[in-house]
Structures are given as structure tokens and as C-alpha cells.
Design a binder for this molecule. Structure first.
Ligand code: F6R
Length: 340
């Protein structure tokens, strides 16, 4: 018997599942654990790369951007985000000895990522894949694989696979102190009614701006993508620094701003951006541990992105449903699968 689900039911269930996924990941992160994390991290330590390249698409690209901040800030290694077309369309075959390439993909089936990883491997790079499918081509081709253990994700919009990627990348690069996260995540997700009330404000919004700085910039990017793909709001994300260098001119009362602001160095550097927005009398809602509006619990700065994105996932789903859409099946989109 087929059962018709209400709009956004899958996305709601997968959003709610996130703290349980994090608990599973933390339980399986040690040697011999189902994620393969300890073995991948050990391989990376042994090879001691001098440069890290990350490759991903869409939501996974935002997890890669998070890893760029994490590795640059905590390990001091230079990091680049690779455009697959450099290797696929333009056919470059660079010498990548001393380089670690990490491919991040929910499905493990994005063909251009696979091709990029193959070229990198042939060029001497150590390759690690971070996927939600241990049987995928990306997982089996890389020198080491990290399974994010998110379980099947059926809604087109990625939610639980995103934060599972963030946690896997955090642990891969030596992060610690994540044990308190699942309980904090549950507490935020219990505030669904607060985000439903906020969503009403954006029912007729055509354009929006999201912004954040440092570790919060990937959150702003992912928040914009969720709003675009589920609620069809034309949402543009800018790093706080970039917003001040031109795009600020877009800000006016009909273009609401969602600003991610968390405690720590990134949040402090973001203060002038909030001042500039206030000066323009922008319609701003702040979200994060240093926010005035949607106030989140404080956590170590590299872990904050896991919590920061949760209110935006709830918000995007409510805006989408309020506007008559079904965020589980956005128009014209389908999920990447291993077979693509
Ligand atoms: C957005 C979303 C997509 C995917 C992208 C890459 O919610 O799901 O942007 O992130 O298509 O897919 P994977 O991660 O399977 O390579």
C-alpha cells in the first residue's frame, strides 16, 4: 500500500534524525569502527600532506568549504577547493605528490568527482572519500573511505548527510569535544515552532541575503541553498567580508538578511558587518550563539556549524510549505544516486 506523505515530511524526519546520526558517528569513530574514520585519519597522519585539495558539489561543497576553514585554522595547512572541470573539461593532469585530496559526496556517485579523484590519484595524491555510501565508486576508488553513517536520505534536499559530513570532516582532521553536540542538537530541533513563526515573515520574500564570517560562512551558503531549492527564494550568500565590498548595495527593506553570528573570532570579525546592516536599516534576523534573534547554545567554534544550520533547515522547510511547495521533491530536481 502506498501512503501519501504530507509536504516536507521526509525532510522533517531527516532533519530530526541528525543528533542520532552524530551519536552513531561518535560511537563508530574509533579503530575498527564502522565509519573507517580512525584508519583514514591514521593514513593521513602517516603521509603528512603539505597541501589539501577538496572536491565536492552542492551541499557537499559547503561541507568542503567548512573543512577548508577547519584545516587552515586548526592545522595551518594550505587548502584549495578544486573545480572538477579543471581536470575533466580542461584535461589538466597535475603533479599532486604531497597533496591530500578529499572528495565529499552524499551519494558517492557524482561522476565528475570520481573522475577528479582518479586524476588526482594518478598524479600521486593521497585520496580520501567522505560519503554516505560505502559501496559507491568514490568510496571504493579512494585510498581510504570515511562513511558518514547518515543512513538513506530520501528527501532531495540534503540535511542529515550535510551535518554528518561536517562531523566526519571534523573528526578526520583531529577535532575533539563533540560529545555534547547531540544533546544540544536535540534542544535546537525541539524549537521547530519558533522557526515556523519566523517563516511566516518570509512567505512572500522573493530575494534574500544570507551572510556569515569564518566558520559561519559555509552555514550562510548552505542556508541560501536550502532556501533556493526548497522554497524557491532567490537567496544569495556572501561572506561578511565580501558583503561590504559591493553587494551591500543590494540590501533594502524588501531584501531580508539572515546573518549567522556565533561566539569566537569569526563572530567578532563579523561585528562591523552587523553595524553596516544596522546603518542601512536592513531587515536582519541573526542566528547563532552570538545572535539576538534565534539564540543558539555556545560551543567550540569549529563545531558551531553543526548547530547553526539546524534552524535554517527548519526555516527553509516551513517557508517552502507555507508557499505551497513540497520541499521533499523540489521542482525539476532529483537526488544524485550512485547510478548516475
Ligand atoms: C542539495 C543537494 C545537492 C547535492 C549535490 C551533490 O540539498 O542535495 O546540492 O549536495 O547534488 O550530491 P552528492 O553529495 O551526492 O555528490
Amino acid at each position: 500500500m502506498t501512503r501519501t506523505l504530507s509536504p516536507g515530511a521526509l525532510m522533517a524526519a531527516e532533519t530530526a534524525e541528525q543528533p542520532a546520526v552524530w551519536r552513531r558517528q561518535l560511537a563508530e569513530a574509533g579503530p575498527g569502527g564502522a565509519s573507517g574514520l580512525a584508519e583514514a585519519a591514521e593514513l593521513v597522519r602517516r603521509r603528512a600532506p603539505r597541501f589539501v585539495l577538496l572536491v565536492a558539489r552542492g551541499t557537499s561543497d559547503h561541507a568542503a568549504l567548512y573543512a577548508k576553514y577547519l584545516v587552515e585554522i586548526t592545522l595551518g595547512l594550505p587548502v584549495g577547493l578544486v573545480s572538477p572541470s579543471t581536470y575533466t573539461a580542461y584535461g589538466r593532469r597535475p603533479d599532486l605528490r604531497d597533496v591530500l585530496m578529499v572528495a565529499v559526496s552524499q551519494s558517492g556517485g557524482s561522476p565528475d568527482l570520481l573522475r577528479t579523484l582518479e586524476v588526482a590519484k594518478a598524479g600521486g595524491a593521497l585520496t580520501v572519500s567522505v560519503t554516505n555510501n560505502a559501496a559507491s565508486a568514490l568510496a571504493t576508488t579512494a585510498d581510504a573511505h570515511v562513511d558518514v553513517l547518515a543512513g538513506p536520505e530520501r528527501a532531495v534536499a540534503a540535511t542529515k548527510s550535510y551535518t554528518a559530513q561536517l562531523l566526519a570532516l571534523n573528526l578526520l582532521f583531529g577535532g575533539a569535544g563533540a560529545d555534547a553536540l547531540p544533546d544540544l542538537g536535540d534542544a535546537i530541533l525541539a524549537r521547530d515552532a519558533e522557526l515556523a513563526a519566523l517563516a511566516v515573515r518570509y512567505r512572500f520574500a522573493e530575494r534574500m541575503i544570507t551572510t556569515g564570517r569564518g566558520y559561519s560562512y559555509p552555514t550562510a551558503r548552505e542556508a541560501a541553498l536550502k532556501l533556493m531549492e526548497t522554497a524557491y527564494v532567490s537567496a544569495q550568500a556572501f561572506s561578511g567580508a565580501d558583503l561590504l565590498h559591493g553587494p551591500l548595495a543590494l540590501v533594502e527593506p524588501r531584501v531580508p538578511v539572515l546573518a549567522v553570528t556565533s561566539a569566537g573570532a569569526g563572530g567578532q570579525a563579523f561585528a562591523p558587518v552587523l553595524d553596516a546592516l544596522a546603518e542601512r536599516r536592513a531587515d536582519v534576523v541573526t542566528v547563532g550563539s552570538a545572535a539576538r534573534d534565534v539564540v543558539l547554545p555556545e560551543t567550540a567554534e569549529p563545531l558551531a556549524p553543526l548547530l547553526e544550520i539546524l534552524p535554517f533547515q527548519l526555516l527553509a522547510r516551513h517557508v517552502a510549505v507555507d508557499r505551497g511547495g513540497d520541499p521533499d521533491a523540489p521542482r525539476g530536481l532529483r537526488k544524485v544516486t550512485e547510478t548516475l
